[in-house]
Design a binder for this molecule. Structure first.
Ligand code: NAD
Length: 337
């Protein structure tokens, strides 16, 4: 069994821990937290050994009645791989610790691309991570774009991608975020940083992105225009997408008009935390005009990167190829709405 350490048990880390636990070839060796809070208590309730990320604060856990298995260094030392799901920039600070214990590490999209040997999206460049020591699972938005671009490139060739990303202001638990009542061009400079991020997955891709922020917490929304290298019928593109397990095309009959109903559907379907691991493409929006393809897709920022982290674990350790890993992850998590 692959022993997995999770350093940073917040929005992404706790979801990755649950997904790892579902895998037939992996075990959660432990999770590291900086301080006791409701998430630490849940980790203990779930039976995950809890480690102190900051040694000087270890006694705070004991005062809160939470047993600590040791300092984070012990966890990193004992694990075959560590998933760093700490806030942006902290992963870079942790890199030397992972090197010291010779434990391969996965970082998240908030870290810079030049921190790592390769950026990662399971569908697009799984093999690039084989044997790498430092891998970055790209952000929720880049994951969502890569999953659509990969099959389009393979089937038709892509001349140019133009995407407008309407981004949620914060996650539901992020009380400090906004805007509260506004619509921000964000970043106001064009193109936004998202395009170059997608180019860390496809280095020869021509892509421009524009970003906005809105007072919503549920999901991001992408408005996508892909100029293909050939003229394709929209029905053919829908068939292509239907073959992709992590692309969910919302059928018209479901009457899902936005991210509110999408989340409601995920909850009704019994998804943990109402998570939507797949890109949610409105089937009716998949349209072509000459070589140009258009669509709208909803991206659940808190969860689409979770299966990607699971696949990245197998990729760095060379434990499976892309197809095997994606299939195992999808089956165990129940991906495929
Ligand atoms: P979060 O704030 O919800 O969770 C981070 C956790 O790490 C918290 O529990 C925090 O207490 C803990 N932490 C802080 N400093 C630490 C340290 N030194 N050692 C160990 N733990 C520490 O953040 P998040 O939303 O899960 O984001 C984590 C990473 O994932 C970031 O790089 C972010 O950009 C990326 N990401 C976030 C989202 C999202 O929508 N939330 C989506 C995709 C990628």
């Amino acid at each position: 069994m692959i022993q997995v350490a999770i350093n940073g048990y917040g929005t992404i880390g706790k979801r990755v821990a649950d997904a790892v636990r579902e895998q037939p070839d992996m075990e959660v060796r432990g999770v590291a937290k900086t301080r006791p809070n409701f998430e630490s208590e849940t980790a203990v309730d779930k039976g995950f050994p809890l480690y102190a990320a900051v040694e000087e604060r270890a006694d705070q856990f004991e005062e809160a009645g939470l047993e600590i298995a040791g300092p984070v260094e012990d966890l990193v030392d004992a694990a075959d791989v560590v998933v760093d799901a700490t806030p942006s920039g902290i992963g870079a600070e942790n890199k030397s610790m992972y090197e010291e214990y010779d434990t391969p590490a996965l970082y998240q999209g908030g870290e810079d691309a030049d921190l790592v040997d390769t950026s990662f999206n399971a569908r697009s460049n799984f093999e690039d991570a084989t044997g790498a020591d430092h891998v970055r699972v790209v952000s929720c938005n880049t994951t969502g774009l890569s999953r659509v671009i990969a099959p389009l490139r393979e089937a038709y060739g892509v001349e140019k991608v133009r995407a407008t990303l309407v981004r949620r202001g914060g996650d539901p638990g992020q009380t400090s975020r906004g805007p509260i009542n506004d619509i921000l061009p964000n970043p106001v400079t064009i193109p936004s940083h998202h395009g170059p991020d997608v180019e860390t997955i496809f280095d020869d891709l021509d892509i421009d992105t524009l970003g906005m922020k809105v007072p919503a917490t549920l999901m991001h929304m992408h408005s996508l225009n892909v100029t293909l290298e050939e003229e394709v019928d929209a029905a053919e593109v829908r068939d292509l997408f239907a073959e992709e397990s992590r692309l969910f095309q919302i059928p018209e009959r479901m009457d899902i008009d936005g991210s509110g109903k999408l989340k409601e559907y995920a909850l009704d379907a019994g998804r943990p935390r109402g998570d939507v691991w797949e890109n949610c493409i409105w089937e009716e929006s998949v349209s072509t005009v000459g070589n140009d393809l258009y669509l709208f897709q909803g991206i659940h920022q808190e969860s689409d990167v979770v299966p990607e982290n699971v696949d990245a674990i197998r990729a760095v350790l060379g434990e499976a190829d892309a197809e095997e890993s994606i299939q195992t992850t999808d089956e165990t998590m129940g991906i495929g709405l």
